[in-house]
Design a protein around this ligand. Structure first.
Ligand code: INI
Length: 154
């Protein structure tokens, strides 16, 4: 018989750590709102959610890794907004964040979800922060719940 594991998209009893950057707070606060709303709609109580603010996207990985390493969280959600039009070092910020967050997954074994917008323009970021392209924070929260459940079942 084939054993098949499918994660449920429900908060369950897991705790969720959210790391969110203040840079482009106009956007990231919307991602945070979307993530919290999604977790709550899927059964999370306030006590299951911790939020950590950091200055910019570059600081997300170090805080996310510390949260993940506590062993307390079923998943960690990383939220930020890197917008090319606003920086001459977009590529440096982008690479640091992508690599940093990805590595946490392998170093800690805790699902650490990439909910950082990387956009060419502010308009593209607005579209993904609760307008016509949905809310990337809610998408990240959905992934976090599914992965927390999958990892619990394996
Ligand atoms: N941080 C962001 O989160 N988004 C950006 O678009 C951005 N830009 O444009 O540079 C940005 N820079 C700050 C960076 O993340 C660090 O906070 C800073 O370099 C200090 O380490």
């Amino acid at each position: 018989m084939i054993q098949e594991i499918n994660g449920q998209i429900t908060a369950g009893k897991s705790k969720y750590g959210i790391v969110v950057s203040r840079f482009n707070e106009f956007i990231t606060s919307k991602l945070l709102g979307g993530a919290i709303d999604c977790l709550q709609r899927h059964g999370a109580a306030d006590e299951q959610i911790s939020v950590v603010w950091v200055p910019g996207a570059c600081e997300i990985p170090i805080a996310a890794k510390k949260l993940a390493a506590t062993g307390t969280y079923g998943a960690v959600i990383c939220l930020g907004a890197v917008i090319r039009g606003q920086t001459g070092h977009y590529d440096a910020v982008f690479q640091q964040v992508v690599r940093g967050i990805g590595q946490i997954n392998y170093d800690t074994g805790v699902p650490t979800v990439f909910g950082v917008l990387t956009c060419e323009t502010l308009e593209q970021a607005v579209e993904r922060a609760g307008t016509k392209m949905g809310n990337a924070g809610a998408d990240a929260a959905t992934t976090a719940m599914e992965m927390a459940d999958v990892m619990g079942q394996i």
